[in-house]
Design a protein around this ligand. Sequence first.
Ligand SMILES: Cc1cc2nc3c(=O)[nH]c(=O)nc-3n(C[C@H](O)[C@H](O)[C@H](O)COP(=O)(O)OP(=O)(O)OC[C@H]3O[C@@H](n4cnc5c(N)ncnc54)[C@H](O)[C@@H]3O)c2cc1C
Length: 405
Amino acid sequence: MSIPTPDRETALARLQQFVGRAGRSYAKFRNFDLGSNDHAYVSRLSPYIRHRLLLEQEILRTALERHGPTAADKFVQEVFWRSYFKGWLEQHPDVWRDYREAVDNLTTRLDSDSGLNQRYSRAIGGRTGIACFDAWVRELIETGYLHNHARMWFASIWVFTLRLPWQLGADFFYRHLLDGDPASNTLGWRWVCGLHTKGKAYLARAANIAKFTDGRFNPEGQLATQVEALTEARDPPAVALPNIEGSGPMGSYGLLLTIEDGHSESLPLTDTPAAIVAVTAAENRSPLPISPIVESFSAGAVVDALRRAERSFGKQGHTLSMRDWSKALAGWAKDVGVMNVVTAYAPAGPCATQLEEAQILLKQQGMKLIQVTRDFDRLTWPHAGKGYFKLKNKIPRLLSELKIS
Ligand SMILES: Cc1cc2nc3c(=O)[nH]c(=O)nc-3n(C[C@H](O)[C@H](O)[C@H](O)COP(=O)(O)OP(=O)(O)OC[C@H]3O[C@@H](n4cnc5c(N)ncnc54)[C@H](O)[C@@H]3O)c2cc1C
């Protein structure tokens, strides 16, 4: 499998190529992982959706127009899983903070705990002797992608067979996935561990792996056969969603592009920006090194977003290429002499952390940071505070409110 080209044109072409298989074929075959050269039953659109080079509405509309709501139902539901996880993490931000703290502590512990270090190194080096797991490690590192079922099996084996801390596994994924996403990744891992749906952990079974890899692997006798859900000291506290109701007048503003949204042409902006700036460095995903293909995909996605924004708004943009960019952003805003900085709302994650810092610095300069929210997020997130099924039941209404169907 080659590394996808990080631009919207390729994303749209990929969507057209796949849409024929987003109906009954997806419902029937999507759980088959036939190997890195044959992920034909799934879309592989996630790196594009993650960077919003493609919007959820576009994907949903394309699938629904081709197949109708019944046949496209499973695919539509999967796209809403992404939004569900985002909305849930927005309402439980401590989960993200705790995860990052645990990764910091565990990566420090790797220096002093040689037993942990050896087991961890064997796992991420693809040297466990469990053929499927070792193959997924190689696929992840080489391609930046794993099939959803492989992600579930991988995480389950990591936690319940290899007995490694889940946060180190989530960090390994996050550093290597082109679609690496604070919400889907952290909560995907927590779901496997039985922390998201409390008490219900996911067991990777040899027979299930043999069936859904079409016999490529059969780790019979190598995997844990029972799982006990992980527990934590307290239930993650819920907070109200931040004010995502719209932003009012923007005045003379600088438009900031980040990896969170690569389609500023369709953002609900009230005026044309006076200047444009784009952060091209990959987000600060981990204290450990980030995969070069992730760096290159993320940078490419933002550069593509910048070129389109320049064309659309008739302005030459500026780029910031450092990982901690809050100070540089404030400096740029001062240099170009704008009143405010406007950007797409950044949900919990490294980009939001940079924006929190930037907001303070901008305020000191008498400027405001305005985050604009897309209708898709504004309408779906309020239904994502508890289990997925609450949001799932709202899908027909949401599709109609969003004028998708
Ligand atoms: C442990 C674990 C970690 C994960 N980490 C990430 C991550 O960092 N980033 C990420 O985008 N997804 C993550 N997922 C979810 C899912 O595996 C991927 O979104 C999916 O495999 C992407 O491939 P695709 O585009 O071919 O999916 P398709 O099957 O074609 O689905 C279409 C789209 O729906 C969304 N989607 C599908 N399944 C899920 C799901 N279970 N959860 C959330 N969204 C979904 C994605 O945006 C995807 O592109 C993770 C799942 C697990 C179990």
